[in-house]
Ligand binder design. Structure first.
Ligand SMILES: [Zn+2]
Length: 407
């Protein structure tokens, strides 16, 4: 069975009727009601197995708690079909500096139960301290919260309880895992590993593996390198959450569009009005002119598979990138590779099929977040063994050109 993938909820939505040609939102739209989550854009096909909703994120975001409570259920609030699972936790990263977590066990149990979470995680406290006594205090606090959580979780509760293990090295994680299993948990989660290296995570998983029972489920919180999840799965991990692929769409300056195991650079064409606002020395008329030339060159090239004007398109996007001061040593070869290989023609996801080359344009939320949704779809497909068709290798002339540009 493939590992289950949860996506943390950070209000990632897009305007479903965004006008890409005019770069305009749907008139009079209400972002909460009218914008769409990734699972709505891709419906009826899933691109994750569930959503991770953190209590702290809800509490911190103005009207979010109000919306959630008035929806009466997390599935309604997230507009999620019941085939998707919702995993709740406290969001320990938001209170790690506090002496103790700001929530009580009975409060969290009723929060999960009333709102219809599928899984609820016990109250944990991150161990980021170096002093031994403080590490142990936080670990014991997390374990005693887990014991209380299970005691509070009575037979009428419909959500499945998950006990969290916090630690600072393989032995301490193993100690926590053993304690949770003794308490009676069958679903465990490992917390505090967001900043750990793959080697450190593997060492912890290898140490705890002999302790896990045949029916033990294991969640890994915050996996920043989803390419390793299959290795983690072999070591007993049954679920994980990650926003890595989604966020890379706009946080990674170069490798921000995934196609199977290949990555491509989206081409930056920033909004000219915003660009001039940020850099008032740029002539507005020149910026608007070069922006439109770049966009229209990309659109014509994107729509025409037999396009032969690669160098012209490259020149147009680079001219605007130079004006915007966005040309680095890699830009020319990165953009050229994207244009030569045309990855948007190979992805079968709903977004790429609908907007084609627009998804490869680095510009504003509606393109960048859609690219993140596409990346998430690619990851989910990969986890399910989908063989993504890839662009053919570069021909000799293009390969030479790319090589020369990289020198
Ligand atoms: Zn796609």
């Amino acid at each position: 069975m493939p590992i289950s993938y949860f996506i943390p909820d950070w209000d990632d939505r897009v305007d479903p009727n965004y006008d890409f040609l005019a770069d305009k939102h749907t008139p009079r739209r209400n972002p909460y009601h009218d914008d769409r989550y990734a699972h709505e854009i891709y419906a009826p096909n899933p691109l994750y197995d569930g959503v991770l909703l953190s209590r702290a994120v809800i509490d911190d975001a103005g009207k979010k708690l109000e919306h959630l409570m008035s929806s009466q259920s997390v599935h309604t609030y997230l507009r999620l079909p019941s085939t998707y699972k919702v995993l709740g936790d406290c969001g320990a990263f938001s209170y790690w500096e506090e002496e103790v977590p700001p929530y009580s066990t009975s409060d969290m149990v009723s929060f999960y139960e009333i709102l219809g979470f599928d899984y609820g995680v016990s109250i944990d406290h991150l161990i980021l301290a170096h002093a031994d006594a403080e590490r142990r205090r936080r670990q014991e606090l997390t374990l005693s919260n887990a014991a209380d959580f299970l005691a509070e979780h009575n037979q009428e509760c419909r959500f499945i309880p998950i006990g969290v293990a916090q630690g600072w090295n393989p032995a301490s994680y193993c100690y926590a895992v053993k304690k949770l299993l003794q308490m009676g948990y069958t679903y465990l989660a490992l917390g505090g590993l967001v900043r750990s290296t793959t080697e450190q995570i593997l060492a912890i998983l290898q140490t705890i593996k002999p302790e896990l029972q045949a029916n033990t489920q294991l969640h890994l919180f915050g996996v920043s390198r989803p390419e390793y999840v299959e290795t983690f799965a072999q070591l007993g991990v049954t679920s994980f959450d990650s926003t890595s692929r989604l966020r890379r769409a706009w946080m990674d300056g170069r490798r921000n569009y995934f196609l199977g195991n290949m990555t491509f650079s989206a081409i930056r064409v920033p909004d000219a009005h915003r660009l001039v606002k940020k850099k008032p020395t740029i002539d507005q008329d020149v910026a608007l002119h070069l922006e439109q030339i770049a966009l229209s060159a990309l659109r014509t090239y994107g729509a025409n598979k037999a396009a032969e004007n690669l160098e012209e398109v490259l020149a147009a996007v680079l001219a605007y990138a130079e004006l915007a001061d966005q040309v680095t040593t890699h830009t020319r070869s990165d953009y050229r590779e994207t244009l030569v290989r045309r990855p948007w023609d190979y992805c079968k996801c709903a977004i790429c099929e609908a907007i084609k080359v627009e998804v490869l344009i680095f510009r504003g939320n509606n393109r960048n977040r859609r690219r993140g949704f596409h990346n998430t779809w690619q990851l989910y497909k990969q986890l399910h063994g989908y063989e993504q068709e890839l662009p053919p290798p570069l021909n000799a002339a293009d390969a030479l050109e790319q090589h020369a540009l990289r020198l």
